[in-house]
Design a protein around this ligand. Structure first.
Ligand SMILES: Nc1ncnc2c1ncn2[C@@H]1O[C@H](COP(=O)(O)OP(=O)(O)OP(=O)(O)O)[C@@H](O)[C@H]1O
Ligand SMILES: [Mg+2]
Length: 639
């Protein structure tokens, strides 16, 4: 359906891809994964043709319809209603519909034979293309994505960014393009909507590529993985968890091959060292030196986990009471959010505020921060210095600034060196600091916004979906930083793993009141399930983690058999030849393994991997025998 062959791509001399390849086949459900800034969004723009390839080949049928969900869609100003915009996703039906109406109008005034026949034809065509389910289908999708029926007629440009994004997603789902590209579709969605989308995509029959950092979501929606790393694309068959398993296997295999080769090199070096001054061994030494020079060195691709290093410090210690919420009422028109709600935040609280979209979580954060009106009383305690991180923080970054300038907007008391230091902790090094905010990837923008939050040294953080855009690695570093944080925080997140890792209290809004559970997310979940059944509070039991036993490892001790010198040398020669043959066989299997077509064929991969391991084992054994023989030989041939 679409092939990228041997392509390379760079921004200002910095290569994101080098000789990578990708074949997308009809019906494939692919997850495009990789750390922040590795080039996933860029790759999607290469696929759509927006970025032109100067090295390599992009082949696709000229009439291939590609639908692309990305953050840029937000800047389109739609004045028509939500439903209309979404219906327009099916341009063919929209055009037919228009034509049918035109003819109907015409017939009303002058009904002639020809027009009526034309109308029947068009209506047939309309029906065949699914025209009669068109609107119902669009409404179903919009409802699934959380739109209320009453909202469907409102102009799209009256909605917030998150909701406009949902409408764009709905439009693409209605359109059903040949190839659907979704760049972080879950970022603006709450849990129930994410779950709806998972179900929808499970049933979806087309081809799609999803970029996401949400492991659970990927596990439920994809069957193939394309990983961006080391300026390459690595292809796997399976969902995200299976990909991680295969990746680990490959890494281990790679490490084993590396270790074997290093052993081999050491052996040869020992031989060379020992006999280099001996005239009678000159040829043998020479041949080994040559062989080492010709050896294809195996490199272990270090995992790209980087030294993201964040610590949130506080400037001053506040009093025990951070925030007091008393008799607070809030509504938007008819929509009641809170009614006479109470709550209290104590120093050291690490609160996760959870619940569906539209319950007012972000509103509550803004009220606590003081940037949203309400009735009642919310008071900050003594010495409390709050800092707010929110999605709009990302949007309020000044696109024209370079990174140093952007950080400097926090306040003047930092020197350029300190700012550079902070940028370094957030993985912006070298020339990166002169990048413009405009070119940053989603995750990089989040990192800059977090860096700004950190520089405030506030003792009370309000974080609205801080892990959106962050890759799994950065998310876990952020979790660690929040765990080590000496201050207090309240955060909104839909990332279950993240909440479990950082929160010691759970808040949610129920019956327009604030509810608090004094425990972790898992404990809350268990309690919540129980309460659903008997409506009484039950304190959950803490489970102790099971102790893991280390398996004893076996170290086989090689046996050395006594042989005559000549025989020994012959044996060594034979072993060398054998290793050479095995190496060649291994190279062949390896080449097949790296073939992108094979890489996604689960069965073939299995067979090849098995074959590969067999050869590896044989090589290992042969090398061991060789080393044993050499030891023995050296003993008999002292310098
Ligand atoms: N026009 C540009 N000029 C220079 N550098 C750019 C440009 N566009 C993107 N980059 C850089 O290229 C790298 C890849 O960006 P891209 O947006 O493709 O990453 P990504 O894999 O989608 O990351 P994320 O997971 O954070 O969304 C980033 O380091 C980004 O700063
Ligand atoms: Mg991206």
């Amino acid at each position: 359906m679409l092939a990228l062959t041997d392509f390379s791509f760079e921004f200002a001399g910095r290569y994101l891809f080098r000789n990578a390849s990708w074949h997308i086949k009809p019906g494939q459900k692919i997850g495009l994964v990789g750390l922040n800034g590795t080039g996933k969004s860029t790759l999607l723009r290469i696929v759509t043709g927006e970025y032109e390839l100067r090295e390599g080949l992009l082949t696709k049928p000229s009439d291939l319809k590609i639908g692309f969900l990305n953050q840029d869609l937000l800047s389109i100003d739609y004045t028509s209603s939500v439903l209309r915009v979404v219906l327009e996703g099916r341009k063919d039906l929209a055009a037919l519909d228009k034509e049918i109406h035109r003819i109907l109008d015409h017939i009303e005034h002058t009904p002639d034979e020809k027009s009526i026949q034309k109308l029947t034809e068009l209506q047939d065509q309309f029906g065949n293309l699914g025209g009669y389910d068109w609107e119902a289908n669009a409404e179903k999708i919009l409802e699934g994505l959380g739109f209320a029926t009453a909202d469907l007629q409102k102009p799209l440009n009256q909605f917030s960014g998150g909701w406009r994004m949902r409408a764009m997603l709905a439009m693409l789902l209605v359109e059903e393009p040949d190839l659907l590209l979704l760049d972080e579709p879950t970022n603006h969605l709450d849990l129930p909507t994410i779950q709806w989308l998972e179900e929808y995509l499970k049933e979806y029959r087309g081809t799609y590529v999803i970029v996401s950092h949400d492991r659970t979501f990927l596990d439920r929606t994809i069957e193939y993985v394309a990983e961006v790393a080391h300026q390459q694309l690595f292809h796997y068959k399976g969902n995200f968890t299976q990909y991680l398993e295969q990746k680990e296997e490959r890494d281990e295999m790679m490490q084993r091959r590396f270790d074997n080769q290093q052993d081999f090199i050491r052996q040869q070096m020992r031989f060379i060292q020992r006999f280099k001054a001996k005239a009678s061994k000159a040829t043998a030494v020479q041949s080994r030196v040559k062989m080492l020079q010709k050896l294809d060195k195996i490199e272990v691709l270090e995992d790209e986990t980087r030294d993201l290093n964040i610590r949130f410090n506080i400037r001053v210690t506040p009093g025990k009471h951070i925030v007091n919420i008393k008799h607070v009422t809030k509504s938007y028109g008819d929509l009641n959010i809170l009614e006479n709600a109470e709550g209290e935040i104590i120093r050291g609280d690490k609160i996760a505020l959870i619940g569906a979209n539209g319950r007012g979580k972000s509103t509550l954060l803004r009220m606590i921060f003081g940037s949203e009106k309400y009735d009642g009383n919310i008071e900050n305690g003594w010495n409390v210095e709050p800092s707010f991180f929110a999605q709009h923080q990302l949007e309020s970054l000044n696109l024209k600034n370079d990174l140093i300038q952007e950080l400097a907007t926090v306040g003047g008391e930092y020197s350029e060196n300190e700012l550079r230091g902070t940028l370094g902790c957030f993985l912006f090094t070298g020339d990166d600091v002169f990048k413009k905010v405009k070119v940053l990837s989603g995750g990089e923008k989040s990192r800059i916004a977090l860096a700004k939050t950190l520089l405030t040294q506030a003792n009370f953080l309000l974080l609205d979906e801080p892990t959106n855009h962050l890759d799994m690695f950065s998310t876990s570093v952020l979790a660690e930083a929040l765990n080590a944080y000496k201050g207090t925080f309240i955060l909104v997140s839909h990332d279950r793993t993240f909440i479990s890792n950082v929160a010691n209290k759970i808040w949610w809004i129920e019956d327009h009141k604030l509810k608090e559970y004094p425990g972790t997310y898992e404990e809350w979940e268990e309690w919540y399930e129980k309460r659903k059944k008997d409506k009484t509070l039950v304190l959950p039991q803490k489970e102790k983690p099971a102790e893991k036993k280390q398996e004893p490892r076996e170290h086989p001790i090689p046996k050395v058999s006594k042989n005559a010198m000549v025989q020994l040398e012959k044996k060594m020669e034979e072993l060398e030849a054998k290793i050479k043959t095995l190496d060649a066989a291994k190279a062949k299997v390896e080449a097949s393994l790296n073939d992108p077509d094979v890489a996604i064929d689960f069965e073939k991969i299995g067979i090849l991997t098995k074959e590969f391991q067999d050869i590896e084992d044989q090589i290992g054994k042969a090398r061991q025998s060789y080393e044993d023989a050499m030891e023995e030989w050296m003993e008999e041939n002292p310098q």
